[in-house]
Write a protein that binds this ligand. Structure first.
Ligand SMILES: [Zn+2]
Ligand SMILES: [Zn+2]
Length: 158
């Protein structure tokens, strides 16, 4: 089940304010990269995909990497490493903070999984681990792999 709310251009305005509040300039490139995430806010994009989408606007790879790092540092994006590739998703205002991921082994699509029961289990496990190891746990990454609905259908039709 997905739990991503529809975007709103007001989101870009408030993210712009946050960036400026942190002493950074809201450049043309940063705006373009942010727009990709806001307009595709149910997606998980990697640097190459963003580059391919924006190369006609002459935004270079190193600018993209630097911006992704800045946005991650400011908690605007969340970075998820899957099979050695870093994917990014819009985190701020949009998503449930704790959710899991599913990646299809066939088409590589990444989907969000949000389930309240699992969230409660996670909070329980977090408590147990914090008590046992005296950690302060801030986040968790759980990735399931398998076949997505589309691919199951495709294989069935063959
Ligand atoms: Zn698939
Ligand atoms: Zn996600």
């Amino acid at each position: 089940m997905e739990k991503v709310r529809k975007y709103d251009y007001k989101d870009i305005e408030s993210i712009k304010k946050l960036i400026e509040k942190n002493g950074c300039t809201f450049t043309y490139q940063r705006n373009e990269i942010l727009k990709e995430f806001v307009e595709n806010n149910d997606k998980h994009l990697n640097a190459k995909e963003i580059y391919d989408k924006l190369k006609y606007k002459k935004i270079g790879v190193s600018t993209i990497y630097r911006t992704l790092k800045l946005f991650t540092d400011l908690n605007i994006l969340k970075e998820i490493k899957i099979n050695d590739i870093n994917y990014y998703e819009l985190k701020i205002f949009i998503r449930e903070p704790i959710h899991m991921h599913f990646q299809c082994k066939n088409c590589r699509v990444i989907e969000d999984i949000f389930d309240e029961k699992i969230l409660l289990r996670y909070l329980e496990i977090k408590k147990i681990l914090e008590k046992k190891y005296r950690y302060k746990i801030k986040d968790v990454d759980i990735i399931f792999y398998g076949l997505c609905n589309n691919c199951i259908e495709k294989f069935r039709k063959r």
